[in-house]
Design a protein around this ligand. Sequence first.
Ligand code: HEM
Length: 205
Amino acid sequence: MALQLWETLKEAIVAYTGLSPATFFTLLALLVAIYHVISGLFGSSDNHQTPRNMEEMQPLAPPVQLGEITEDELKQYDGTDSKKPLLMAIKGQIYDVSQSRMFYGPGGPYALFAGKDASRALAKMSFEDKDLTGDISGLGPFELDALQDWEYKFMSKYVTVGTIKKAETDGEATGETTKAAEDIPSESSAVKSEETSTSAEAKQE
Ligand code: HEM
């Protein structure tokens, strides 16, 4: 019965297409393969929805606001504890990047940034240990531009959950500078106030 059907099919293929059954099936297989390659390249909306839906199926805890925390405290949010959110900072602003665990989670290509302020590394497009810091002093204009772009990307993609507390020594150093300026007797008060505002501006930068 099956053999008879096969014979009829072969005859129909020859009659309707003028091709031998072998050529016909080879062409058919090629067309299917080409279709898959092309739909994979341009991506039908269905293809894109599948992974997104899968991500949505694993519910993420809503971002928790942490306020001001130290760089040391930030380290515990590097993804090693899966119950904690995955955090990363740029210019002292901490972002919840839990939704991008594939990038920043353990084993991910950018796991080294997790739990850290990665400003310098991002500005310099560097993966070096020495650049895994929030210290952006001495960067050039292009690097600062690149960092700004990263910051915009993060601001639009992730929720800010806190800021990094400035190290105690920063405050002390500023205090000392101000005190030192006050100690100089020859300075007029006008110069003094100008200096104070300049140092405040410098600090803001
Ligand atoms: C050969 C070089 C590189 C390639 C091919 C590459 C490729 C990629 C790709 C395909 C993505 C995913 C983009 C998306 O879906 O939104 C990505 C994301 C990212 N890349 Fe790279 N990358 C490279 C180098 C770097 C370098 C040098 C850095 C920084 C030091 C970097 C930092 C990042 C970060 C932080 C993300 C994640 C952004 C997010 O959270 O959305 N990449 N990269």
